[in-house]
Design a protein around this ligand. Structure first.
Ligand SMILES: NC(=O)c1ccc[n+]([C@@H]2O[C@H](COP(=O)([O-])OP(=O)(O)OC[C@H]3O[C@@H](n4cnc5c(N)ncnc54)[C@H](O)[C@@H]3O)[C@@H](O)[C@H]2O)c1
Length: 326
């Protein structure tokens, strides 16, 4: 969970920021109409603390009726505390918002079904499903067993599989739905000690590719967010940044606007990955370089032309593909 985004938050600076990010000029956002989520029903898993909590707070502030799911585990995924979700739902209601709590374990099929059934029972529909629940630790690959991989896989990939499976029929019937999955720079770019976590987090990207294709015909849009916000996961992943500094530099509240934008009717994006944190949002893409072509490719011609093989200058972004297509 390192900070992969720029830390320049000054909204009054124009031009290109660090990493080539364009930084907002004063007045740039004043023309945009305020986004309202009035009438929408949003489910966020793992919303009792950290990033998820910031998401439900802003979703509710923008008028969405929210379901605050959280099993209330420790950072490694053990234990249970139902009060974690209840406290956040209470807080939202105390501010005049509409919220219910749910303590289902989304890593099980029953938990996913229970969460969506509760949502439909209370609110009659589901417009947005944010798969955010997660666990974290740090362990070298050589120490990680297949059971450790399974433990991470069940929450980070199993959570989306279980909740999306349960929500899909309702979204199909409505001919409308938005799904947000959560990946991480740990998997997309690499972070020592994160083999179990990173493998599960990148599996989510593969799932998004297919859900986006199969959802398109039903009006279901699917995107993935790679958030950066200081939470208990940072020390768990080995960060030595002081908590106060981390929270100041990477507040979880800075990620929530991307969730509201993705949920809004004005956003029709699908099959995208966004890195969001510390005031920055940028698309992450998997691209292919033009490469080297030789109809009689040999090990030697690859070695001789490796600079072309390696280069991504003039890249393309392939897909989605059709079965039998190229
Ligand atoms: N914080 C970051 O910078 C960062 C970076 C990249 C990705 N992420 C991802 O963002 C998401 C949120 O992370 P966070 O940093 O807010 O962590 P967090 O530990 O503060 O919150 C995660 C929440 O998920 C809940 N949870 C865990 N297992 C669950 C289960 N099976 N069912 C229901 N709830 C469960 C926990 O109780 C916890 O409240 C995670 O998917 C994480 O992997 C975080």
């Amino acid at each position: 969970m390192p900070n992969a985004g720029p830390l320049c938050n000054d909204p009054h600076v124009s031009g290109d920021g660090r990493n080539g990010i364009r930084i907002l000029s004063e007045g740039d956002s004043e023309l945009a109409e305020r986004i309202s989520l009035e009438g929408k029903v949003a489910v966020v898993t793992g919303a009792g603390r950290g990033l998820g909590r910031a998401y439900v707070e802003l979703l509710a502030e923008r008028g969405a009726r929210v379901v605050v799911n959280d099993l209330g585990t420790d950072v490694s995924g053990f234990g249970k505390d139902s009060t974690i979700a209840e406290q956040v739902a209470d807080l939202i209601r105390s501010r005049g918002g509409e919220a219910i709590a749910n303590d289902s374990d989304v890593s099980t099929p029953e938990g996913g079904s229970d969460l969506i059934a509760t949502t439909i029972e209370h609110f009659g529909r589901i417009d947005l499903l944010v798969n955010n629940a997660g666990i974290c630790g740090s362990q070298l690959f050589e120490d990680a067993t297949l059971d450790d991989f399974d433990h991470y896989w069940r929450v980070h990939l199993g959570g989306p599989v279980n909740t999306v499976k349960a929500a899909w029929p309702y979204m199909v019937a409505q001919r409308y739905g938005k799904i947000i999955l959560t990946t991480s720079v740990s998997g997309l770019f690499g972070l020592r000690g994160q083999a179990t976590y990173a493998a599960a987090k990148c599996a989510v990207v593969g799932l998004m590719r297919i859900l986006a294709i199969e959802g398109a015909e039903h009006g279901i849009l699917v995107n993935t967010i790679s958030p950066v916000g200081y939470t208990r996961m940072h020390p768990a992943a080995g960060s030595r940044l002081a908590e106060a500094d981390g929270r100041a530099a990477m507040p979880v509240e800075a990620v929530a606007p991307a969730i509201v934008w993705l949920a809004s009717d004005s956003c029709s994006e699908t099959n995208r990955i966004y890195n969001v944190g510390a005031g920055a949002i940028q698309r992450i893409a998997i691209v292919m370089g033009p490469g080297f072509y030789d109809p009689h490719l040999t090990p030697e011609s690859i070695a001789e032309n490796y600079a072309k093989v390696e280069s991504i200058e003039g890249f393309s972004e392939p897909g989605p593909f059709e079965p039998g297509g190229t």
